[in-house]
Structures are given as structure tokens and as C-alpha cells.
Design a protein around this ligand. Structure first.
Ligand code: PXP
Length: 240
């Protein structure tokens, strides 16, 4: 069974364009949950360009599913996670100048620090996921520091076309195969859409996808409930 996390960051992007209260992030989460989303994903960025601290605080009390809290592993954001205690934190790299999360986290390059971060989350009962590029060395490092899951960055696959996309899919397939006998859950996300999702859903062992931009973009034309349902219909093809 593959589950869907709906990332609602870009509802907040629209709200922050006017620094007002509309559209409501809480309402978006409630609609996504009513449509069948298994979790709500939010990224509290260092520059607070979309989701704000008050969104996280409110969502923590109103979600009926679970919160997947994407975060850079910085002291300030770690303190927020420790206070809110989301179901999962997904550790991502973060650069202020990037438009979105552009590459995976270099877990191998900062194992000692991240091991402590993971242990601190586990002490509070929070599961930890690592958002990594599809590379065996990053999977090995994630295992070594005790992460509960890896979310393979599907952006390179999603942004490629033709032969390059076939190559990127093969990288994901190789990692899926490598993960098969490992004690760590396998998730995917970034750049996924109704049109490019099926090959990712076919990856053996995949348990969860997190999708944001495409759902919120489609919602402008067909409504959020229908946009979530469209993606869930893709999942149902493989979950039956
Ligand atoms: N997963 C992670 C770790 C992310 O950082 C993002 C973007 O915030 C997503 C999934 C969702 O990506 P997209 O908005 O392209 O669907």
C-alpha cells in the first residue's frame, strides 16, 4: 500500500503574496484530508517564505491524519520540531537562494551531526526521514544514523525527458532494489505529477509519495478536493 502526503506549502505561498489570511492553510489541510490524503506535509523554511510558525502550531492541533514536517536540520527549526512533535520529520538540505529543495541531503557528509539529530527526535517519539538523492552511499549513511525512512528525490527524474528520464528512472530502480532487504522504509517525492507518477509507483517497496506543487497548481483549475482525488486515483491503480 502506497500512501499520499499532500504538501500544502504553496497554499501558504499564495497567502504570503498578500501577507493576509487567505487562502487558509488549515482549510487546505482539511480538504486534502477529506479527499483521502494520508498525511499533510509542510516545510518550515528558514526564510519563512510560505509556511509560518503559527501554521505549524495550528496544524498540530487540527490535523486528523498526521504531520510530515520537512525541515533543514538547523538549531532553530529543530527546536520547533521538538516542541510540536510531528509524526515524522523529513530532513532536507536548505539554501535560502534556491527556488525549491534542489538536491538531496548529504547524509554521508555529516553523519555524526545527523545521528545526534535523529537520536534527539527518537527520544521524543518522532520518526525521521532523510530526503536524499538516489545514491547507495546516502542510503548506507541513512541506515548508519538510524533513520526510519529515506525519501528518494524524484526531481531529476521528473524534470528530465526522453533517454535522460529513462536513466534517472533506472537510478531510482537500482536504489529500490538496494533498499529491498534493508530495515528502512522507502518514500519518494519532488516534481511528481499525474502524468509522471506511474513509473515511480511501480518502484518495488515504495510506501509513500509526497506531492505538493502539482496538486496545488491543478487545484486552481479543478479544486483541491478533485486534485487530491486525481492523484489518489493513480495510487489506487497500484494499491488494488
Ligand atoms: N518532498 C520533499 C522532501 C520536498 O522538499 C518537497 C518540496 O517541498 C516535496 C516532496 C514536494 O515536491 P513538489 O512540490 O515538487 O511536489
Amino acid at each position: 500500500m502506497i500512501e499520499l502526503g499532500v504538501n500544502i506549502d504553496h497554499v501558504a505561498t499564495l497567502r504570503e503574496a498578500r501577507k493576509g489570511v487567505s487562502p487558509s492553510v488549515q482549510e487546505a489541510a482539511a480538504i486534502a484530508e477529506a479527499a483521502g490524503a494520508h498525511q499533510i506535509t509542510v516545510h518550515l523554511r528558514d526564510d519563512r517564505r510560505h509556511i509560518q510558525n503559527h501554521d505549524i502550531e495550528t496544524l498540530a492541533g487540527t490535523l486528523t491524519t498526521r504531520m510530515n514536517f520537512e525541515m533543514g536540520a538547523t538549531k532553530g527549526i529543530i527546536a520547533v520540531a521538538h516542541r510540536i512533535k510531528p509524526y515524522t520529520v523529513c530532513l532536507v538540505p536548505e539554501k535560502r537562494e534556491e527556488v525549491t529543495t534542489e538536491g538531496g541531503l548529504d547524509v554521508a557528509g555529516q553523519q555524526d551531526y545527523l545521528k545526534e539529530v535523529v537520536a534527539g527526535m527518537h527520544e521524543l517519539g518522532i520518526k525521521v526521514s532523510m530526503f536524499i538523492d538516489p545514491e547507495q552511499s546516502q542510503i548506507d549513511a541513512s541506515l548508519a544514523i538510524g533513520a526510519d525512512s529515506v525519501e528518494l528525490h524524484t526531481g531529476a527524474y521528473a524534470n528530465a525527458s526522453g533517454a535522460a528520464q529513462v536513466t534517472e528512472l533506472k537510478r531510482l530502480e537500482d536504489c529500490a532494489e538496494y533498499l529491498a532487504d534493508k530495515p528502512i522504509a522507502f518514500h519518494g517525492g519532488h516534481g511528481l505529477t499525474v502524468n509522471n507518477l506511474q513509473p515511480v509507483l511501480a518502484l518495488p517497496g515504495l510506501k509513500e509519495v509526497n506531492i505538493g506543487h502539482d496538486i496545488i497548481a491543478r487545484a486552481i483549475f479543478i479544486g483541491l478536493h478533485a486534485a487530491v482525488r486525481e492523484i489518489l486515483a493513480e495510487l489506487e491503480k497500484v494499491n488494488t
